[in-house]
Design a protein around this ligand. Structure first.
Ligand code: EPU
Length: 418
């Protein structure tokens, strides 16, 4: 099994480019099911989750073809409307084919995703709104079986919790429904906006994306289109933290600083020097910050997907930092691993308290437990004394394109071993 070895102590310097966003690409690739024909997607990162999505789309009778950074998808009517267990269990986001299949073809059979390392992750907020739109849905032998006799019908949906995937699934389903659907308490993430841009380029009628109320008026037909995936804000944030944690000077290019405003503000509050322009953000000066508190909440609040990486940074900042996880009930698997490296962290339910001290971490073997936890261990490895070996690195490959290469290009001593 592959692992990563990082030798700590190098200050990172230079420019690095952000890839396309995994969490924007996944729903968008599934949205292509809404229009038969040839779609072209640019800036699609090469990741394990994208490969899983391609496999599922191929199972649904689509063909996919890489052309450099682009992915061309030819969608065709499926022979079988099933997302099978072996594909869904590899990637929970596979549930995002439910809305498009049901809306376009009136039927879908999608394996229940089940829980994962970061929480129980139910899908009630995907299913209940589809029922409100007229779908008949039941669970049978581990599968969500969904049917609608004719078209889905518009509904007024109030999400009781903010859900990114739920908002995406229902937004996609509503594009071909009869009438005007209103989504209240919708997620406001940049990935929702990117999905809306693509759906609109296919002829969908959508208003309010990026706000808490989204209105979608169904149309009879969508037509295939071309779309460029938005830059990955979580990768950009991770690279910025990599610069900061090493006391380096790093400019992260081809990103959207507004999408990581909450991180930038917290890093400035901590004492780091952060500059930004239209499509870049940088950390410089080499000074280490002091402990600050974060509380993860839906966008535009501090993202849960940067919590683990920020915690790694806080282990180097003098003073206490209180880190509250407000989205997932179990997203602290990295804490024990950071403690293995010598970090002082106490954990009580959804609150972790980090007592930072510059230079305190010592290299050790650690185990990646999920995607963002893996990234936090790599970041910690960049400053730990000696070598840190990060096992189960396949988690990292789900969502970071060439992370070791990017960090090595900034001067890190990092290599992948088999
Ligand atoms: N929730 C429910 N019922 C539902 C759906 C969600 O109770 O039907 C709860 C979840 O259990 C969670 C909260 O609502 O407590 C938010 O979950 P959400 O639906 O927003 O998450 P998601 O759509 O499953 C996406 C990202 C995650 C990211 C979260 C939160 C994708 C493919 N995944 O997940 O990304 O953490 O939004 O921002 O977009 C990652 O990239 O590492 C990752 C986990």
């Amino acid at each position: 099994m592959e692992y990563i070895v990082v030798k700590g102590g190098k200050k990172l310097h230079g420019e690095v480019t952000t890839s396309g966003a995994k969490n924007a690409a996944l729903p968008i690739l599934f949205a292509s099911l809404l229009a038969e024909g040839v779609h072209r997607f640019n800036n699609v990162p090469v990741l394990r989750d994208i490969a899983s999505t391609e496999r599922l789309l191929q199972h649904l009778n689509c063909t996919t073809q890489r052309d450099g950074g682009s992915l061309i998808i030819q969608t065709n009517p499926p022979d079988d409307y099933t997302a099978p267990y072996d594909l869904v269990s590899q990637m929970r986001a596979s549930i995002l084919c439910l809305g498009p299949l049901l809306s376009k073809y009136g039927q879908a059979r999608v394996s229940l995703p089940g829980g994962c390392a970061i929480g129980s992750r139910p899908i009630n907020l995907h299913i209940d709104p589809l029922r409100q739109m007229g779908a008949e849905i039941h669970i049978e032998k581990g599968y969500v079986i969904a049917n609608c006799k004719r078209k889905l019908t518009a509904a007024h949906i109030l999400f009781e919790n903010t859900t990114v995937g739920g908002t995406e699934n229902i937004m996609m389903a509503a594009t071909l429904a009869e009438g005007t659907t209103v989504l209240e308490n919708a997620a406001q993430e940049p990935e929702i906006v990117d999905l809306a841009i693509y759906l609109k380029s296919m002829g969908a009628k959508i208003d309010g994306e990026g706000s808490k109320v989204i209105t979608i008026t169904g149309v009879d037909k969508l037509t295939p289109s071309e779309h460029t995936i938005v830059p990955d804000r979580i990768e950009a944030g991770t690279l910025l933290i990599a610069g900061a944690i090493t006391g380096g000077d790093v400019k992260v290019e081809k990103c959207v600083p507004a999408h990581i405003q909450s991180l930038i503000e917290k890093m400035r509050e901590s004492g780091f020097t952060i500059d930004s322009g239209d499509d870049w953000v940088s950390v410089s000066g080499g000074n280490m910050g002091h402990g600050v508190d974060i509380h993860t909440i839906p966008h535009p609040g501090f993202p849960t997907d940067l919590q683990a990486q920020f915690m790694a940074l806080m282990t180097q900042c003098e003073g206490a930092s209180v880190i509250t996880e407000g989205i997932f009930e179990n997203r602290f698997m990295h804490v024990q691993e950071l403690i293995r490296l010598g970090a002082e962290i106490s954990l009580n339910a959804r609150v972790a308290v980090v007592r930072g001290e510059k230079g305190k971490l010592e290299g050790a073997q650690v185990m990646a437990t999920d995607l963002r936890a893996s990234a936090s261990l790599v970041l910690a490895g960049l400053v730990a004394n000696g070598e840190t070996q990060i096992n189960r690195v396949y988690h990292l490959d789900r969502g970071y394109e060439k992370l070791e290469e990017k960090l090595a290009s900034l001067g890190a001593t990092i290599k992948r071993c088999a």
